[in-house]
Each structure stands twice: as structure tokens, then as C-alpha cells.
Design a protein around this ligand. Structure first.
Ligand code: HEC
Ligand code: HEC
Ligand code: HEC
Ligand code: HEC
Length: 433
């Protein structure tokens, strides 16, 4: 599996959530609206132009960008590949492209009664899988005088809002109470899913530009707010799923995809346990829950909301203790952390991050990396992407390219990750700042 880097760098070289986590708007898959199909968006006078319109607020060639460059347009076709056929066969499914198990994430798989006349399942992850069913706004969203707020009120999904966007992307790039790339699906050959909101937002080929009129209509996005609230939502969603009754597993084993994959998946001659800083410390031989996103969030919270950071760190410690010996308290603690993180995400999404705050965040994440806190690949991967995102925001990612490249290289692949090497490279980058 490839490790994600932001394409930008590759080019140059207090509201409380109730479980289940929910934003005001339901996800497109549950929006109760009619999904009219990509063909309804794609006509030449709508979003199907050949070139970008220069006299309109939006590009109007979004369909072409999506069709030609965006992986979402091939998500259904992926279910026809040999790899998918093999996965389906191992799971005892007649075919991948007809199984809800796969279509729920690889297409806009709304029920038949919510499919409009031009809806086609083989469009894959189409416009309405992200922007919401257009049944109630298709007619009037392009009329003069219709505002963004009007569209949202009629059921367009608020993809511009960081927390709502995080929930949307994570619904497929991690899972929900209704759908998940379970360990069984992964065992059959599905890639491990990893996600970071800002990097993936950049890597999805843009079909919009944040120009003057965008800012006027939707406000100016802050990439650091997108990263940190996305990270909080990632951890919140993981713990919400862990706490839900949707994936109890059997009596002996809970759903294994909620754990650190590499706690189990590495050779026995490769001894990795250390009593040291890789907090929270667990006894040797423990199967660690996937706390990767949260262990990276904690040093950021120490900078941003120190009063919450200690409390959440203590809850994480309690979670790991409960995982060892107290299943009921595990579920309660997971649910508590999930709510706390949902509130943190909402607060951080509205915060603005100036250069000095960005610098403190990067320094803290590098210091934690150098102190060898990120012993698991899933944590180190998130830490790297955070450091890269912050460097891009700070505008020094080009001058720090040698250090960033070295840090990236130290991650290696997920099976060959050597924590000590990553820590050394982080120390070197810290010294270069
Ligand atoms: C309905 C499910 C769904 C939603 C919602 C969704 N994705 Fe995806 N995404 C997928 C699937 C499935 C793939 C893999 C497609 C393939 O390669 O066949 C994918 C692939 C991607 C890729 C390409 C990864 C690569 O291989 O380079 C990026 C980037 C991405 N998604 C970003 C996002 C972002 C950002 C959001 C939220 C704004 C989002 N996705 C929302 C299902 C979804
Ligand atoms: C919880 C959502 C989810 C479910 C369920 C799911 N997938 Fe995926 N799948 C994804 C996402 C997201 C990606 C893209 C991962 C990435 O590139 O980061 C993906 C990637 C893949 C890939 C690799 C594509 C590539 O270009 O490398 C294959 C093959 C695949 N899925 C097949 C299946 C099959 C077959 C099923 C049903 C048994 C299935 N998926 C169920 C979300 C899901
Ligand atoms: C994987 C999710 C995803 C898919 C699929 C997707 N979009 Fe988007 N779209 C986004 C995100 C994220 C944004 C940027 C945030 C925003 O402005 O809402 C966006 C923005 C837009 C904008 C707003 C531009 C602006 O200046 O306000 C338009 C128009 C748009 N998309 C049309 C489409 C069309 C048409 C399709 C299908 C051909 C499509 N999108 C498919 C996620 C998606
Ligand atoms: C508690 C231990 C444990 C955890 C955690 C775990 N796995 Fe597994 N995994 C196993 C076992 C046991 C098997 C079955 C091995 C066998 O059949 O030889 C397996 C099988 C697999 C296989 C198929 C290997 C094969 O040779 O057929 C894949 C792929 C896989 N796991 C991926 C993952 C991913 C991705 C994660 C994290 C999201 C993960 N695993 C987490 C124990 C674990």
C-alpha cells in the first residue's frame, strides 16, 4: 500500500456530540433526498463544460475533472478488477459490483426509491455522494440570487465546513455504524485504509478554486484548521465505532480493524516493545487499539487547548487499561473520548492559525516524533502528514524539502517501518529549523 503525501510537495519535489456522532446535516447517503445521477449535473450548459468558465463563480467543468482525474469516478469500475473479484470470491460473494458490502463505499448506493430517472450505480462516487441528493435543489441552485445558504437549506451537503467534510470523507475512508472495511474484508485482500483530511482534500483533484468570490460566498478555508479538526474527527469516529454495538465481533475477538494492524502483523524476530516514551505505555504482548490519530492529536492539543489535553490523555490511558480487563468500561470510555473529541473538532474548525501558532504546532509534533512517541506506523504516518501540512502552510516546505523527504523515507513502507530511524530524522529536522 502506498503512503500518502500531499501532491503539493510531490510536485516540486462547545457543543457536545451525542453518540452516534452527528452533525446537523445527515450524510448524503442518509439524506432522504432523491439522488438524480451524475448525468443530471453533467450537461454542457451545467457542470459539463470542456474548459473552466471565466465569467462564472464556479468552474462548470467539474464533471470533466471528476471523470478524467478523480479516482472517485472509477470507484465502481474498481469493483470489476481482478483484485476485487478475488476479494469477493474469498468472501463468498457472487460478485463485488453487485454486493452492497462493496457498493456502499464504491458508489452512491442509495436505495431504489431515492434513485432519480438518470441515476446510474456505475457512476461510482458521483457528485451527489458528496454534495447530497439534488432532488430538491437541482432546479433552482443555479438561478441568480440563490445563495450557498439557500442551497444548504434545501439539502446540499456543506462540504466547505471542515467537520462536516471530515464526517463525509471518513464515512468511506474509515467507516460508519453501517459500513466498514472490516478485518475480514481486509483479510480477503482489501487495502488498509488511511486518511488525513487536509492531504486528501489536496490530493482529490480540485474542481474549484478558492478565489475572491469563493471566499465571499463561503469564507476563507484555513488548511491548519482543516487538518487538526479532521484529525480530531478521525479519532472521534474510530472510538465511536469501537463503542458502537455495530461491530461487536464474536465472544473471543472484537473487530480487529479497530486495533493497530502492525501490533499483530510483523515478524517475531523483529522485537519492537519498549517501556519508554511510546505513550501510553502498555505491557509487552498487548494488542494496542488504534490510537494512532489520537496520539498525534495529543501534542497538538497540548499547544492549542492545554486544559483539555491532559484530560483526554488520561481518558486514553483509561481506555487502554479497560481494553486489558474491563469490556464494559472500554465501551463507556471510548464513547466518552469520542464525544470529547467531537467537541474539540468543532471548536478547532473555527479557530484561525497564524504563523507563530503553526510553528509551535510543528515544533511540538517534531519533538514528539524525535522523542520516539510514535512507535506505530499509523501514528507516524499521521505525524508526518501533519508536519508536511504545517510546513506547506508556513511556506517553507521547499527549503525544508531535504528534511521532509528524509522523514518520509524513514517511514518506509508500513511493514518495514523502523521507529528509531523516524525519530532520528525528526531530530535532524528539528535541528534544521
Ligand atoms: C461514498 C464513499 C466516498 C466518499 C464520501 C469519499 N470517498 Fe474518497 N474514495 C472512495 C473510494 C472507494 C476511493 C477509491 C477509488 C478507486 O481507486 O477505485 C476513494 C479515493 C480517494 C482518493 C484517491 C486516493 C488515491 O488512491 O490516490 C482521494 C484523494 C480521496 N478519495 C479523497 C476524498 C475526500 C477528500 C473526500 C471527502 C471530501 C472523499 N474522498 C469522500 C470513496 C469515497
Ligand atoms: C468502508 C468503505 C469501504 C468498503 C466497505 C469497501 N471499500 Fe474498497 N476502498 C475504500 C476506499 C476509501 C478505498 C481507497 C483507499 C485509498 O486509496 O486510500 C478502497 C480501495 C479499494 C481497492 C483498491 C483500489 C486501488 O485502485 O488500489 C479495491 C480493489 C477495493 N477497494 C475493493 C473493494 C471490495 C471488493 C469491497 C467489498 C468486498 C470493498 N472494496 C469495500 C472503501 C471501502
Ligand atoms: C469526493 C467528494 C466530491 C465529489 C465526488 C464531488 N465533489 Fe464537488 N466538491 C467537493 C469538495 C470537498 C468541494 C470544496 C468545498 C466546497 O466549496 O464545498 C467541492 C466543491 C464543488 C463546487 C463548488 C465550487 C465553488 O466555487 O463554490 C462545485 C460547483 C462542485 N463541487 C461540483 C461538483 C460536481 C458537478 C461533481 C460531480 C461531477 C462533484 N462536485 C463531485 C467534494 C466532491
Ligand atoms: C489481533 C491481531 C491482529 C490485528 C490487530 C490485525 N490483524 Fe490482520 N490478521 C490477523 C490474523 C490472525 C490473520 C489471519 C492470518 C492467517 O490466516 O495466517 C490476519 C490476516 C490478515 C490479512 C490476510 C493475510 C493473509 O496472508 O491472508 C490481512 C491483509 C490483514 N490481516 C490486514 C490487517 C489490517 C489492515 C489490520 C489493521 C486494520 C489488521 N490486519 C489487524 C491478526 C490481526
Amino acid at each position: 500500500m502506498v503512503m500518502w503525501r500531499s501532491i503539493k510537495v510531490n510536485v516540486h519535489l462547545a457543543m457536545l456530540f451525542l453518540a452516534p456522532l452527528a452533525v446537523a446535516q445527515s450524510l448524503p447517503e442518509d439524506d432522504g433526498r432523491v439522488h438524480e445521477g451524475v448525468a443530471s449535473c453533467a450537461s454542457a450548459v451545467c457542470h459539463g463544460r470542456v474548459n473552466e468558465a471565466d465569467d462564472e463563480t464556479v468552474w462548470l467543468n467539474e464533471y470533466r475533472v471528476w471523470l478524467r482525474q478523480d479516482y472517485h469516478s472509477r470507484a465502481y469500475r474498481t469493483l470489476m478488477t481482478q483484485q476485487s473479484q478475488a476479494i469477493a470470491a474469498k468472501l463468498g460473494l457472487p460478485a463485488a459490483h453487485t454486493a452492497d458490502l462493496c457498493l456502499d463505499c464504491h458508489a452512491d448506493n442509495v436505495p431504489a426509491e431515492r434513485r432519480g430517472a438518470r441515476f446510474q450505480i456505475d457512476d461510482g462516487v458521483g457528485c451527489e455522494a458528496c454534495h447530497g441528493g439534488a432532488g430538491d435543489w437541482l432546479e433552482n441552485h443555479a438561478e441568480r440570487g440563490t445563495s450557498h445558504a439557500d442551497n444548504i437549506a434545501e439539502g446540499m451537503y456543506p462540504t466547505d465546513q471542515p467537520v462536516a467534510r471530515a464526517e463525509l470523507c471518513l464515512s468511506c475512508h474509515l467507516g460508519t455504524r453501517d459500513k466498514l472495511a472490516t478485518h475480514r474484508i481486509m483479510g480477503a485482500g482489501h487495502p488498509r485504509l488511511s486518511f488525513e483530511l487536509e492531504t486528501f482534500s489536496v490530493n482529490q483533484p480540485a474542481h474549484y478554486s478558492v478565489d475572491e468570490d469563493y471566499v465571499q460566498r463561503k469564507g476563507k478555508p484555513d488548511t491548519v484548521a482543516i487538518w487538526v479538526s479532521g484529525l480530531a474527527m478521525n479519532a472521534a469516529t474510530l472510538f465511536d465505532l469501537l463503542a458502537s454495538e455495530a461491530y461487536p465481533g464474536n465472544a473471543l475477538f472484537p473487530e480487529l480493524s479497530f486495533f493497530q494492524c502492525h501490533a499483530c502483523h510483523h515478524g517475531m524476530n523483529d522485537l519492537r516493545w519498549q517501556s519508554d516514551a511510546r505513550a501510553p505505555a502498555l505491557p509487552p504482548g498487548s494488542v494496542r487499539l488504534n490510537d494512532g490519530p489520537l496520539t498525534v492529536l495529543l501534542p497538538a492539543l497540548a499547544v492549542l487547548v492545554p486544559e483539555r489535553a491532559e484530560d483526554i490523555a488520561a481518558q486514553l490511558q483509561a481506555l487502554h487499561a479497560a481494553a486489558e480487563n474491563d469490556p464494559q468500561s472500554l465501551l463507556d470510555t471510548a464513547s466518552g473520548i469520542s464525544s470529547a473529541l467531537g467537541a474539540v473538532a468543532a471548536a478547532l474548525a473555527d479557530r484561525r492559525f497564524d504563523a507563530s501558532l503553526q510553528r509551535s504546532l510543528r515544533r511540538e509534533l517534531l519533538a514528539s516524533s524525535a522523542a520516539d512517541r510514535f512507535g506505530y506506523f499509523t501514528a507516524a504516518e499521521q505525524a508526518f502528514l501533519a508536519i508536511e501540512t504545517l510546513s506547506i502552510a508556513l511556506g517553507d516546505s521547499e527549503s525544508l524539502a531535504p528534511q521532509l523527504d528524509a522523514l518520509f523515507e524513514a517511514l518506509g513502507s508500513e511493514t518495514s517501518y523502523v521507529p528509531d530511524q523516524y525519530a532520528v530524522r525528526a531530530r535532524q529536522m528539528l535541528e534544521a529549523l
